[in-house]
Design a protein around this ligand. Structure first.
Ligand code: FAD
Ligand code: SF4
Length: 397
């Protein structure tokens, strides 16, 4: 007779119940399952343990004295890439969806955790375990909202699946790595994306309404390397709004408290990370963290155009200036914002230096947020690499 493992006796929380991480909860989905049993160790906002999990996953923690590792985490390769034939309707060129489809088609995995949207609302996340290429394709494009991807984990164990791919953002992957050994899998593959400034569904509405001229027709948006937000509308048109013209005073509270306290922008614990911010405009940015990640990438290299990453400019002055501007909620008049956008785009940081710009400005902002709102958590919650990054700047009290 097999005895029930401890976690199976635990009970998922009801959707309306307050989560153990309270206001810092990112709704990663773990507490919607019996794996809530492990929440005190596993939750990214209760028990930050990135260095320990880096060792578990990549066999070593990142080397702080190597500037690229300090910023981008453990990796063995990094490149710019784009699909020769982009996937229509994907966030960028669809490298994420393509890798997932190949892994399923070749029988490397039996299922893929990814997130579709509900029928009624294109931005309302609906996590699933995809078992067909069509189901993976239907999950393409970002749902720019907190998404409970791990809520399907109970189904994995019940289904008896042994080889699984999970697609997710940093907070989801931290909790996943912490319970990985309890899932009964032979092999877990993790395909991550960077993530920053996420919002709940109501926050998203506020962001769209304060920033876009036509909030109801937005199908996707991205904060791009040209220092503008690019909105894509239903009719295929693109609307751009300079970062410096964003109504920071109105948007100050729009981002979820979890994302204002997050230091895992680059998804440190995934095997393979696919983003855009370290690559030239129009390209995606790939980081291979370990051998498993390399095997995943190898499946699609014949479908990709690849190139080296580059780095140009100096971000530090722009980051230092962004700190008090954000803190005081300054908004520039639109003409000045456009001018500043043009100047910065011409002389500003590019490639990996742009990625460092984005990491530095978010980490300094988030450090101040945690210091002011959760001072008792500051020391344990901010990972060592983030402390090193923040120390480069002068912060207000
Ligand atoms: P697609 O083939 O379109 O696939 C997208 C995949 O993302 C799907 O499989 C889906 O399951 C998954 N997904 C969608 N929404 C979510 C969600 N809310 N949570 C978890 N998984 C989700 N990259 C950067 O370089 N810098 C950034 O600042 C940055 N911010 C991001 C913020 C968010 C909220 C998200 C979800 C992603 C962000 N990315 C960022 C990653 C980037 O926008 C693209 O998702 C990535 O480059 C993959 O593009 P693709 O065309 O290959 O993806
Ligand atoms: Fe639970 Fe995830 Fe929220 Fe932490 S972030 S309390 S693990 S649902």
């Amino acid at each position: 007779m097999t005895s029930l493992s401890a976690h199976k006796k635990a009970k998922a929380l009801k959707p309306s119940s307050r989560r153990p991480a309270k206001e810092l909860c990112s709704e990663c989905g773990l507490c919607d399952t019996y794996y809530i049993h492990y929440v005190k160790q596993a939750c990214a906002f209760i028990n930050q343990q990135i260095d320990k999990l880096e060792e578990q996953t990549h066999t070593r923690a990142r080397n702080f004295d190597n500037s690229d590792e300090l910023y981008f985490g453990v990796h063995q390769d990094m490149m710019a890439a784009r699909k020769k034939e982009p996937v229509p309707g994907a966030q960028w060129t669809g490298i994420v969806s393509t890798i997932a489809i190949e892994m399923l088609n070749r029988g490397i995995v039996e299922g893929v955790v990814c997130v579709q949207n509900t029928k009624e609302d294109r931005f309302q996340p609906m996590p699933i375990i995809a078992r067909t290429p069509e189901e993976i394709l239907a999950a393409r494009v970002n749902k720019p909202t907190l998404s409970p991807n791990l809520s399907v984990l109970e189904q994995v164990e019940k289904s008896g699946m042994k080889r699984l791919l999970v697609i997710g953002v940093g907070c989801q992957i931290q909790a996943l790595r912490a319970v990985e050994k309890q899932l009964g899998l032979e092999k877990l593959y993790v395909l991550g994306t960077p993530c920053v400034d996420n919002v709940n569904r109501a926050g998203l509405q506020k962001f769209l309404e304060t920033t876009s001229k036509s909030p109801d027709t937005v199908v996707h948006y991205e904060f791009m390397q040209d220092f503008r937000v690019h909105f894509k509308h239903e009719d295929g048109s693109t609307e751009t709004v300079p970062f410096f013209g964003l109504k920071t005073n109105k948007l100050k509270d729009v981002f979820a408290p979890s994302c204002m306290s997050c230091f895992d922008y680059v998804n440190s614990l995934a095997d393979l990370v696919v983003g855009y911010m370290g690559a030239p405009f129009g390209w995606q940015w790939i980081m291979v963290r370990n051998e498993t990640g390399q095997q995943m990438l190898d499946l699609v290299t014949d479908q990709l155009e690849t190139g080296p990453v580059m780095s140009k400019g100096d971000r530090t002055a722009a980051v230092q200036q962004s700190i008090p501007a954000y803190d005081k909620g300054v908004t520039l008049p639109m003409w000045a914002a456009k001018l500043m956008g043009v100047v910065i785009e011409k002389i500003g940081p590019k490639g990996l230096e742009y990625a460092r710009f984005s990491i530095d400005s978010h980490f300094t902002r988030n450090y101040l947020y945690v210091k002011r709102n959760h001072p008792d958590k500051l020391d344990a919650h901010v990972p060592g690499f983030a402390k090193r990054i923040v120390e480069q700047y002068k912060l207000p009290e």
